[in-house]
Design a protein around this ligand. Sequence first.
Ligand code: HEC
Ligand code: HEC
Length: 284
Amino acid sequence: MARKPETDAATGVATTGHEWDGIRELDNPMPSWWLYTFYASIAFALIWMVFYPALPFVRGLLGNTARGDLAAVMATEQAKAAPMLARLRAATPEAISADPELRAYALAGGRIAFANSCAGCHGAGGQGAPGGFPSLADDDWLYGGSFEDIRTTIRHGVRNGEDAEARGTAMPAFLQAGLNMAQISDLADHVLSLASTGPANPAGAALFTDNCAACHGDRGEGNRAVGAPRLNDRIWLYGGDKPSVMRSIAYSRAGVMPAWEGRLDAAVINMLTVYVHALGGGEQ
Ligand code: HEC
Ligand code: HEC
């Protein structure tokens, strides 16, 4: 209950006039150190609000933003990396691979660039994925495994319709190109016999010579100039069971890979080339 303020007899300090069950509250002033700190913090907050972003949609006089801080850090880091990137841009992948310092840098950078741009299709370690995404870690190459072959594939991609120099020819869909399902079944038997995973099929062999050997070779050895895969091994882009092989022949497949020139810096393409070459199947 509120009472009239009065002076406390024991301390000589005025009371606030509040009393609870006989206990009265003294009206001591705030300690001055506390009070001045309090005022100082108010002043600090006001100054802060003028110069730094504190209110929604207001940037403050210094124009400071977290994004701006990041840009400054990025600019410093890019400036540090620039000389190395310039060297990686100017050198051929072959020369990069021969220089221990550049090679170490390219392998580290290539690993990260691969995880960003390539792993989604080719697998985290370049091991490939079912559905036409070839392993880049073996020595079975569609287009070749030399530094220059790999770099050309990365720069221009495959059948992407966006790059005039893209790799890849079109295999006809033989069900539309005049063969019937019985002939396609014979052909699939012959293809599997080339890979030693099926019985010989003379009718299929004859059809193969007429329709397929021009691209895949007489014995299915493949042809890098047209990107026709080797058929006489057990490495399959689209599956090596008979239904999958029949599907490849009847409807054809045509895997697509984007072109990376223009999307990635030339230094990054060179690093990727060195990285892929070092995955296991690199050729001289
Ligand atoms: C959208 C999926 C996709 C992405 C992303 C992709 N690729 Fe490919 N890549 C393919 C396909 C599909 C083929 C096989 C094309 C064919 O069947 O002829 C291929 C083929 C290749 C080949 C040729 C392999 C050979 O046997 O000659 C290389 C090298 C390659 N890719 C590297 C890369 C690199 C490096 C990246 C990342 C910068 C990348 N690819 C990103 C789908 C992709
Ligand atoms: C114009 C060239 C060309 C001709 C002709 C051709 N192919 Fe192909 N074939 C290709 C190419 C290129 C690919 C790869 C397609 C891809 O990567 O998507 C391929 C892929 C295949 C595959 C899938 C291989 C795998 O690893 O999964 C099979 C099977 C195949 N061809 C069989 C045949 C048979 C059988 C014939 C004849 C009836 C034939 N091809 C005729 C170019 C050709």
